[in-house]
Design a protein around this ligand. Structure first.
Ligand SMILES: NC(=O)c1ccc[n+]([C@@H]2O[C@H](COP(=O)([O-])OP(=O)(O)OC[C@H]3O[C@@H](n4cnc5c(N)ncnc54)[C@H](O)[C@@H]3O)[C@@H](O)[C@H]2O)c1
Length: 243
């Protein structure tokens, strides 16, 4: 297998699981995150085979760094088949330090942190991989969304806004890149637990009375990356009804 995937947010719960799934499927994987420290261990584990991995510390808010990651990937592995844009940030659980806030309590700094990471960061990643993918006339861009972008949620104003914005970003990218055979989609993963999370409400809301497995989401990423005829779509991997 000479297929190459870049996974951002690979130090996180979903990103790591997605990176491992691509490795298990034999991909060469660039495992990237703002947090460099967990990446070496993840790359070493994927390098046990059948896939290969290299760690790459990058802040997706920094376009020059994202561009360098893409250039280094092309220099080493000659192509990029998949961008799994998983890296993301919220106030509260995802940030680890900040508290979730009502919209009217958000400071400009709170707002910019979330919007710049989720929306601008994903834009940077798409912009950086588009060139090589256009040359190849092939590629998959899979954007990590959230159902909060569809439904909204109290105390998730910046997060929900950023995730709703990703739907628009995906649609424009899918429209503009389709003629180069680049597929662009959003995956909303449902509720995936972090160690210590309280998920009683999520289980109650679920038709199946459970939360989502990160592995099931990751397997879907690999399957979608093998599809030739699907673009411009939003996939809800969930067991809650939400329109
Ligand atoms: N866990 C869930 O229930 C859930 C539900 C819906 C959507 N999501 C989305 O899935 C993605 C991953 O979430 P997770 O649950 O694995 O959380 P996580 O906190 O474990 O992972 C997020 C990762 O993104 C990285 N990151 C943050 N800012 C970054 C930046 N500027 N540059 C590069 N990397 C950065 C973090 O370091 C972290 O490793 C996020 O986009 C999140 O919005 C998660």
């Amino acid at each position: 297998m000479d297929k190459v995937a870049i996974v951002t947010g690979a130090a996180g719960v979903l990103g790591e699981t997605i990176a491992r799934a691509f490795g298990k499927a034999g991909y060469r994987v660039v495992v990237s995150d703002l947090r460099a420290e967990p990446l070496d261990r993840l790359a070493a584990s994927i390098n046990e085979g059948p896939g290969q991995a290299v760690p790459y510390a990058a802040d997706i808010r920094d376009f020059d760094r994202v561009k360098a990651m893409v250039q280094d990937t092309i220099a080493g592995w000659k192509r990029i088949d998949v961008l799994a844009a998983v890296g993301g940030q919220g106030l509260g659980r995802l940030s680890g330090t900040r508290k979730e806030k009502l919209l009217i309590e958000h400071t400009d700094e709170d707002w910019d942190l979330v919007i710049e990471t989720n929306l601008k960061g994903t834009f940077h990643c798409i912009k950086a991989v588009a060139g090589p993918m256009m040359e190849q006339r092939d590629g998959h861009i899979i954007i990590m969304g959230s159902n909060i972008g569809t439904t909204g949620r109290t105390r998730a104003g910046s997060y929900g806004t950023s995730k709703a914005g990703l739907y628009g970003l995906m649609k424009v990218a899918a429209l503009e890149l389709g003629e180069y055979n680049i597929k662009v989609n959003v995956v909303n993963p449902g509720r995936v637990a972090h160690p210590g999370d309280v998920v009683d409400r999520n289980i109650q809301e679920s038709l199946l009375k459970r939360i989502q497995d990160a592995e099931e989401v990751a397997d879907f990423y690999v399957y979608l990356a093998g599809m030739r005829n699907v673009s411009g779509q939003i996939f809800n991997l969930d067991s809650r009804i939400m329109f």
